[in-house]
Design a protein around this ligand. Sequence first.
Ligand code: F0G
Length: 356
Amino acid sequence: AHQWRGVITEYAQWLPDSITGTVVTLREGGTPLIPAEHLSERVGAQVHLKYEGLNPTGSFKDRGMTAAISEAAGRGAKAVICASTGNTSASAAAYATKAGMTCGVLVPEGKIAMGKLSQAIAHGATLLQVDGNFDDCLTLARKLAEAYPVELVNSVNPARIQGQKTASFEIVDALGDAPDIHCLPVGNAGNITAYWMGYGEYADRGPATHRPAMWGFQAAGAAPLVLGHPVDEPETIATAIRIGNPASWDQAEAARDESGGIIDKVSDEEILAAHRLLSAREGVFVEPASAASVAGLLKMSDAGLVPSGATIVCTVTGHGLKDPQWALKNADGSDVEPTRVPIDAVTAARALDLQD
Ligand code: F0G
């Protein structure tokens, strides 16, 4: 019987030998591209959601991590390290375990979603909480990787980008060609770099006839690429993209400019509204940062900038169960309270609007 073999084996011909030689996989990738009827109607285009929350550890990071850990394994590495707002650490911890390596993760003080923390701990990573933000954690992780025998598996590791570019391949393979526009959240900017690389390779040497415009969206309180300078104290409820000085800054600008795209910002309110829309109208549960792609698309649509009938893909990067607290708040910020009922069918039926 056939099953999806993971992104390295499925796309081996598009990846360097250093990655395909020793494969460490949890069968990541092969995620669904889901037509979004409500969103399509709302923006007057054909919108699809690339649901990356369905990767083994619940985010797109697994595509890059299988590549980074495989390459490290091929070199005989025994230990890996990363800085993370949560998802990278969950993924690194899982793949390091699979490869029999130790894993150290550096996370910023507080602000890490509980689901992600518990994954890193469950997979046996050594967790260091750093007195600083994500950018400080990455600086520290780079220093450790330079001075000690430990491999850095952040997206500054080229293997990470190689693995993550496979998402573009899957999208073209599913649609038959590249979309017109691709929307995604931008934090450290590895993923927009990877998608642009994948679309480029498939347009140059693969089945795509063109490349999409890349539309990246940052949280308004953490929008260095929009402002044009680093942000010292990034703030947003979308903790995954609470990043003030993206490592792949230049590559993100290149993706924007070469594709004729944009990098814009969305407010926390817009992110939470998109998060609610995805859950309540499309049946797709994501973590807040993931909803930035859809929030951005809606912002562009409201500004009249979405071409009618365009084919659009929004990557939703991480699963809603990573950070489930946001679904338990109403739009006004108050807590969602359950309706209490006695053990009585008529009362329960009234509460369910099944009876007057
Ligand atoms: N969405 C989610 C759910 C993320 O976890 C991240 C990044 C992004 C979007 C942004 O992707 O950094 O490639 O631009 N999370 C990293 C982490 C920083 O540590 O898990 P990017």
